[in-house]
Design a protein around this ligand. Structure first.
Ligand code: ZN
Length: 570
């Protein structure tokens, strides 16, 4: 990043109140010098998400999410770096100088290539009777075509390529994969296919799915390859179109394919989305948690469907906080949602009502192919259940699952723990208790840095002395950077420190997330004095023992040293 940009960004950040910004999305309560709330980046019942007004920094002791106003917008709203800056500039009423160019930050050209392609596919569909007829025959109406921006890729090798060439976007189009290069030949990836644009939650097209209309084509569906802007296992099809309904209805239905999403939206289940041919992952889970905690998975009733459901269950067990509610809907074998709607919408409503809660599905699946009347099977069953339940975070839900297992197994809870020593592994990984434990560095050294950042007015008075006493080189570098920032009247912010010392990112993060116990500047000044005193004492002690050892080895001491040795107070 150029210097000038850094200046602009620092100035921008100093004109933003992070508490106000985050407070619009997360309910925050004052807690000491900081604000606390339920973390928007992971599911939790007790607040471990801290926002510091003085440090303009947020940190979650549960999941480790942390950063400044820019990273909050990036992570919470899915904005790019530049978009975050744009949004903050708007809030602060500051205009962005031309030197802070969009091109430097973003994948703007990649998104533009997809945008042009999407537009091109959409126009094609309007002019192609075959594709239109196909969609109509599948019950996909104009409303749906519009809502999901469906398109059609002509049966041509270079239609889109020529269009992108005109806009000088060939390189970017190759990078996002709408074009393919093979031995110097560049051609369209999607040919004779109905196109499903995949959008991020900001309505930007990040990839495409294409269904072939050619009966002899072996690949029924193909997707854009993964790219800088498209990570398959983190994206959900239809989330942009569904997100408001998901919030409003406080639930989401997750289906398996593009056309399933369309079928559900057509029948007013507007809160439906799909994974993109991958298993349901933690990233999916955390993305959804921003909108609702009530998830209904809808899978085929066959073996493959059960397997996918099981994968989804095991992938999110360790995220299952008490208020998360996961249910599984299994469709009658061989039927997709559209078939069911064609019979009767009420059948689908019944399936939702009869859906299996995760708590039951877990025990059902483990019991499958076992006869728990037999001791051999029963012991296997218990161990497998324990292995799963121990991944659930501590809470009411976990306790109830343990109780259910003890009932099924007809043993008492203490005995359960005997079967595996690692029973409460997940409790240990609960990071919230570890916030004070920071490895490798002297705690006092960076506690003092945390205080200086929280109360920058104390810097000028104490910095020189602290500088002499700090022994850790990284801490010293950061202290000097802080002193410089203060001298130049800059607000001390985490992003410019990290930019200045990328190798010390962890240390800087730790300094920012350390909670200061001092509630005001006077008390903080006292703490600094105490720490300086202990530092000094330690140094004096070391010196004393050095001298003592010199003396005892018969090495001659200078007059000064003799006086020091004599006057040392233990
Ligand atoms: Zn968190």
């Amino acid at each position: 990043m150029k210097n000038l940009d850094r200046q602009f960004i620092d100035n921008l950040l100093s004109n933003i109140d992070i508490v106000e910004l985050i407070g619009q999305k997360v309910t925050l309560k004052k807690f000491g010098n900081n604000y606390k709330g339920l973390c928007p980046f992971h599911a939790e019942n007790t607040p471990s998400f801290n926002v510091s007004s003085s440090k303009q920094f947020y940190h979650c002791f549960g999941c480790g999410a942390s950063g400044d106003a820019i990273s909050f917008l990036k992570n919470y709203e899915g904005l790019s770096f530049y978009e975050s800056i744009e949004k903050l500039a708007k809030i602060a009423n500051i205009s962005i100088p031309e030197t802070v160019s969009k091109k430097n930050y973003d994948n703007e050209n990649l998104l533009h290539a997809n945008y042009i392609a999407s537009d091109f596919f959409s126009n094609n569909l309007q002019n192609n009777k075959k594709a239109k007829d196909y969609l109509l025959s599948r019950g996909i109406t104009d409303d749906l075509i519009e809502k999901f921006d469906l398109g059609y890729a002509n049966d041509s090798w270079d239609g889109l390529m020529k269009e992108l060439q005109k806009k000088n976007l060939i390189k970017d189009a190759l990078e996002v994969g709408v074009l393919v290069k093979n031995k110097d030949k560049i051609y369209d990836r999607f040919r004779d296919r109905v196109i499903f644009p995949i959008k991020n939650t900001q309505e930007k097209v990040i990839a495409f799915g294409g269904r072939t209309l050619n009966k002899s084509e072996s690949a029924k569906y193909i997707n854009s390859p993964e790219s800088k802007i498209f990570f398959k296992s983190a994206q959900l099809y239809g989330l942009f179109q569904a997100k408001n309904s998901i919030t409003k209805n406080d639930k989401v239905i997750i289906v398996e394919g593009y056309t399933d999403v369309l079928a559900l939206h057509k029948n007013n289940f507007n809160y439906s989305i799909a994974t993109l041919g991958t298993a349901f992952t933690k990233s999916h889970f955390n993305k959804i948690m921003k909108y609702t905690k009530n998830i209904f998975f809808c899978f085929d009733g066959d073996e493959a469907g059960k397997k996918a459901a099981w994968k989804a269950l095991t992938n999110c067990l360790d995220e299952l906080r008490d208020n998360v509610n996961i249910n599984f809907i299994f469709l009658p074998e061989g039927k997709d949602p559209d078939d069911i709607f064609n019979e009767d919408v009420n059948l689908f409503i019944n399936l939702i009502d009869k859906s299996t809660p995760l708590s039951e599905f877990l025990f059902q699946e483990v019991e499958k192919n076992k006869n728990i009347e037999k001791i051999e099977d029963k012991s296997k069953y218990i161990i497998e259940c324990i292995d799963l339940i121990k991944q659930i975070p501590k809470g009411v839900f976990k306790t109830l699952m343990e109780e259910k297992l003890t009932k099924i197994a007809n043993i008492n809870k203490d005995e359960l723990y005997k079967y595996t020593s690692k029973f409460d592994k997940s409790d240990k990984s609960d990071k919230s208790d570890n916030n004070k434990q920071i490895d490798d560095y002297n705690n006092e050294e960076f506690y003092i840095l945390s205080i200086l950042i929280e109360y920058p007015n104390l810097i000028s008075k104490h910095a020189a002395k602290i500088n002499k006493l700090i022994s850790n080189n990284s801490a010293k570098k950061i202290l000097n950077a802080i002193i410089n920032m203060k001298e130049q009247n800059q607000k001390i912010n985490i992003s410019s420190l990290i930019e200045g010392f990328p190798d010390n990112k962890d240390l800087i993060n730790n300094i920012f997330k350390t909670e200061i116990e001092d509630k005001n500047q006077d008390s903080a000044a006292e703490t600094i004095k105490t720490i300086i005193y202990t530092f000094q004492k330690k140094l004096d002690e070391n010196e004393y023992f050095d001298l003592l050892s010199k003396y005892s080895k018969g090495i001659k001491l200078s007059e000064d040293e003799k006086i020091k040795l004599k006057n040392f107070k233990k």
